[in-house]
Design a protein around this ligand. Structure first.
Ligand SMILES: NC(=O)c1ccc[n+]([C@@H]2O[C@H](COP(=O)([O-])OP(=O)(O)OC[C@H]3O[C@@H](n4cnc5c(N)ncnc54)[C@H](OP(=O)(O)O)[C@@H]3O)[C@@H](O)[C@H]2O)c1
Length: 419
């Protein structure tokens, strides 16, 4: 167990849901915070509260700071530029200064949305940002503050985020699955916006490996490949076996009223610097998407022409802009919704040598978020010992429900936990 103290901001969101259990399994001391406490492992902290931040640095004395907190809804950002500036830019400056003053290592999560989308190929770390919208502009300012004020810092840009499961997913995957759940027979998706999906669980693992290198600086961390929103929707329909739904290509103007924030035509990125360091373990986005749906949204898969009843998603974003109780409603849902018991297993090769030499299999995170290890090899039906308990429970054993080897060589299994 690592003894550095880890402080995480904005940990109640999509990415935090994967980051927390992963880091909690490696570090003995993790302080996870968010402005709304939607989990019992979260503490309340609004990053605009600079005194509150200062208190954390003085009293908790973090060695590592993972700064995830941000306003991420592009339309909300356009209509609330001052709040967005305070959260995404000003608070990031405060955190960078405090991290420097207290000798902490800072990881600032940024976005492909800092680019203007004019480039025809993949954006690498060498390309110059030129944001088009308030979200991109304020996130870019956060990057600059981090670089300027904190010497031991990483800036890690993610792409189109997918992760968080039923309680936290709120981006494109959510929007498509929600329509499937509503029984829509035609779904529209734009084919003029391109990007690289980023699976939060793979991101958490790769971030951990990057942190181990102590090679500070700017990194891209996205899944492998690229696709338009249409391509991602098409893949979702393929994975959920919903050939009965017509997918119709449209241009961005089709959704212009609802999604009025300017968006770059291309947010396609490549992990050039991770590859240079030999630690680019991000899988093709199609593999990650398949995992994600299989493990979190199995009830959305059309089985033997009988579609199971869909379980609820968190309250729709509908409009955070107009709905003052939105955050409260969503956090109540997050607290109350039960977690699933399907988990994904990776083989140990992408983990530090000391762990893989135990011939263990590292298990990816669940909806409630956990990371544990089972002995290798395993086969279907076998009962396996868990070296680490799932967060918040006493499970020590699990039965392997399914196991499969992907083309990429990654081994995966679904586990059913037992006492
Ligand atoms: N989502 C994406 O597609 C994407 C892509 C690239 C990079 N990123 C970056 O990845 C990071 C994590 O985002 P995510 O995808 O996990 O989105 P998310 O689910 O919106 O998570 C962000 C979290 O920060 C919280 N937050 C907002 N204002 C805050 C404040 N003043 N103080 C403390 N917490 C606050 C949010 O709470 P509420 O939900 O209650 O507002 C939310 O729980 C962000 O820095 C984001 O810019 C996201």
């Amino acid at each position: 167990m690592k003894t550095e103290r880890v402080f995480i901001t904005g940990c109640g969101g999509m990415l935090g849901n994967a980051i927390y259990p992963f880091f909690k399994s490696w570090y003995s001391d993790v302080l996870a915070t968010d402005k709304v406490v939607s989990e019992d492992w979260l503490s309340e902290l609004d990053v605009r509260d600079s005194e509150g931040l200062q208190k954390v640095f003085i009293e908790y004395k973090p060695d590592i700071v993972l700064h995830l907190a941000a306003e991420t809804d592009l339309e909300y950002c356009e209509t609330h530029p001052e709040i967005t500036q305070d959260v995404n830019s000003t608070a990031s400056e405060t955190i960078a200064r405090l991290a420097e003053e207290h000798g902490a290592t800072l990881i600032y999560i940024s976005t492909a949305g800092v680019f203007d989308g004019e480039k025809s190929g993949y954006y690498s770390e060498e390309d110059t940002p030129h944001p088009l919208m308030v979200y991109g502009q304020t996130k870019y300012e956060g990057e600059l503050h981090t670089l300027k004020h904190c010497s031991k810092s990483y800036i890690v840009r993610a792409g189109w985020m997918m992760g968080g499961g039923r309680r936290k997913e709120k981006k494109f995957i959510y929007k498509i699955l929600q329509q499937i759940g509503e029984g829509k027979k035609e779904i529209f998706a734009v084919d003029d916006k391109w990007g690289t999906p980023t699976y939060t669980y793979d991101f958490a693992m790769n971030l951990f490996l990057l942190l181990e290198t102590k090679k500070y600086g700017l990194y891209h961390m996205v899944c492998e490949g690229k696709g338009s929103r249409y391509d991602v929707a098409e893949e979702i329909l393929r994975v959920t076996k919903h050939q009965d739904i017509t997918l119709t290509r449209v241009g961005s103007e089709y959704f212009a009223e609802e999604y009025f924030a300017p968006r770059p035509a291309s947010e396609i990125m490549i992990n050039a610097k991770l590859a240079e360091l030999g630690i680019n373990h991000m899988r093709p986005w199609q593999d990650a998407l398949q995992d994600y749906i299989t493990n979190h949204f199995a009830d959305y898969v059309n089985v033997d022409s009988e579609t199971p009843e869909k379980e609820a998603f968190h309250p729709s974003r509908k409009d955070k802009i107009q709905d003052e109780n939105f955050t409260e409603r969503r956090s109540t849902f997050r607290k109350d919704y039960p977690s699933s018991v399907d988990y994904v297993v990776h083989n140990g090769t992408s983990f530090p040598a000391s762990e893989s030499s135990k011939k263990a299999i590292a298990v990816n995170m669940s909806e409630e978020g956990l990371c544990l290890y089972v002995f290798d090899p395993v086969s279907k039906g076998e009962r396996v010992s868990l070296l680490k308990h799932p967060a918040g429970s006493e499970h020590e054993m699990a039965t392997v429900q399914w196991i499969r080897q992907e083309k990429s060589g990654v081994l995966k299994a679904g586990l059913l936990f037992q006492q």
